[in-house]
Design a protein. Structure first.
Length: 502
């Protein structure tokens, strides 16, 4: 398996992996991409690639016998989750002791399951989190490049004001305004032209058909339609699906070998393969990349890796909460799954929060206003390698999550007080009003400028690069995929210009 000259290997097909694959392919470098999930391009017996959120089947989750949706209950009833048969489904929930992490599995990673919200962070907070990165260059070159490549667009404000599908957002905006809070539109990669056709009845419904966390059959510009399609179009990139990278080692000649298990649709390992490469790009996400590097360091395969590998992890301050509205404030039975508006209190020096107005599309009026709040929780967790399981543990405790919940509570207490409303107790289990024990936004573990140099070159492993969310130090104040994409663009343009020119 000696690598041919000039070959590259990419692990993962999320944002970081997809950018790496495209830019390597364009530069004429023969590139193999390993992805543990499946390729989602074939319809099932129901004629659809992905299953719906309302009637999840085996395609919904990564080897589970029951779905594990973020909202566990409704009116305290276990009506949300369904029994399913194990299969390499598209959404995974990785459970650590006091925090669980939702991630996408499949060609496209998180882009297959996420809400599509494409937000460029505030410049001041970006610079606070990543002080060594030239913000001028990011905001001039890499953020615009990422937005253009991802196909980011915005809802037509006139349609927003009139459509029944965003009544839930308008109601939350009104309540925020009463508390003196500003709202702002949130751009998205979902094609709003398509969505308007869905509403008009001239296109098959996806966002308006309740599809999101188990995949969108239409309308969403996920990575398989953008970066990855372009990468394959270079003719230099191949993707190996259902291949889980498990070990990395360095050969004497300085090349790398990645050991990967190929699994079948039952999850059984059917083959173990070794992939040699001159350069290795890790885009397995915050959890995947950190685990690979920690294991490599702790088992002695890459002993020179920095002590910083495993550190600096955070859930991007994610907290969900729901408010109960008055009977006259109906949120509508029809709700689009793509959020388009956020309560923007980021400039509040005492309690900066960005709270996205989230849908709860049940097809019935339920008077719930739901939110995903992104708070600026400064707490950080650490991953540790566990030799007994050959996996990783996450040191993160409930008190650390409480910091996010307390910040969200300060904001929503204000809104409830001004509108004489209360929280919903029935949505997250245990009569809790705030869900701070899971995240959609795992960030960190191989932080830029610490575990790597300022361009994602892994310290102690020349020729290995990190391009994904593990570079971002635990918090970025908004939904992270635009930042991850832009940082990956910055890394790839530097690495191709400098490292490949040598
Ligand atoms: P990402 O997780 O996307 O990709 C990693 C890939 O590597 C996956 O395909 C995985 O299967 C694969 N992999 C992992 N380990 C591997 C191994 N050992 N071998 C082979 N392959 C491996 N963000 C946002 O900006 N706006 C939003 O609206 C949302 N909404 C949202 C909703 C939900 C339900 C989720 C789960 C997430 C979001 N996010 C989001 C978060 C966003 O999707 C996330 O930040 C990015 O997908 C992270 O990109 P990465 O490139 O870091 O990894």
């Amino acid at each position: 398996n000696a690598p041919e000259h000039g070959t590259a290997l990419v692990v993962g097909t999320g944002y970081g992996g997809a950018v790496a694959a495209l830019r390597l392919g364009e530069a004429g470098i023969r590139t193999t991409v390993l992805e543990m999930g499946a390729l989602w391009n074939r319809s099932g017996p129901d004629g659809r690639v992905f299953c719906s959120t309302a009637a999840p089947d085996h395609r919904s989750m990564w080897f589970r016998t029951r779905t594990e949706a973020p909202l566990a209950t409704f009116l305290w009833l276990d009506v949300v989750n369904k029994n399913i048969s194990p299969y390499p489904g598209v959404l995974d929930r990785v459970r650590f002791a006091d925090m669980s992490v939702f991630v996408g599995r499949g060609v496209g990673g998180g882009s297959l399951v996420n809400g599509g919200m494409a937000v460029t962070p505030q410049r001041a907070y970006f610079s606070e989190m990543l002080p060594h990165v030239d913000a001028d260059e990011m905001y001039r070159t890499y953020f615009p490049r990422a937005n253009a490549m991802l196909g980011v667009n915005s809802i037509d404000p006139a349609w927003f004001e009139t459509t029944e599908w965003y009544r839930f957002s308008r109601v939350s905006r009104k309540h925020a305004a009463r508390a003196g809070l500003r709202t702002t539109f949130v751009p998205n990669v979902y094609d709003f032209g398509y969505m308007q056709r869905e509403a008009a009845g001239t296109a098959v419904r996806s966002a308006l058909g309740g599809e999101v966390i188990y995949g969108n059959n239409h309308g969403k510009r996920s990575l398989d339609r953008t970066y990855l399609a372009a990468a394959l179009g270079t003719g230099n990139v191949t993707i190996e699906t259902l291949h889980r990278a498990r070990a990395v080692r360095r050969e004497r000649d300085g090349t790398y070998v990645v050991t990967a298990d190929r699994i079948d649709l039952a999850g059984k390992v059917v083959e173990t393969r070794e992939f040699g490469c001159e350069r290795l790009f890790l885009g397995a996400g915050s959890l995947g990349t950190t685990e690979l590097l920690l294991r490599a360091r702790e088992t002695g395969a890459l002993p020179g890796l920095s002590d910083e590998v495993g550190r600096g992890w955070g859930p991007n301050g994610n907290v969900m909460t729901g408010r109960a509205n008055h009977l006259w404030d109906t949120v509508g039975a029809n709700q689009s799954t793509m959020p388009v508006m956020g309560i923007d209190d980021r400039d509040n020096p005492d309690n900066p929060v960005f709270a996205e107005i989230a849908p709860l599309p049940t097809g019935l009026e339920h008077w719930v206003s739901l939110y995903l709040a992104i708070t600026r929780n400064p707490e950080r967790g650490t991953f540790r390698y566990d030799p007994a399981t050959d996996g990783v543990r996450l040191d993160w405790n409930r008190a650390q999550s409480q910091v996010s919940a307390a910040s969200a509570k300060r904001l929503f207490d204000r809104i409830n007080a001004r509108n004489a409303t209360i929280y919903r107790y029935d949505l997250f289990g245990g009569n809790r009003t705030f869900a701070d024990d899971f995240t959609y936004h795992p960030l960190g573990g191989c932080v830029l400028g610490r575990a790597t140099d300022d361009y994602g070159r892994v310290r102690g492993a020349p020729g290995v690069y990190v391009t994904d969310g593990s570079l971002v130090p635990g918090s970025i104040g908004v939904n992270p995929f635009v930042t991850i994409t832009a940082l990956a663009e910055r890394t790839m343009s530097r690495v191709i210009a400098e490292d490949y020119a040598r």
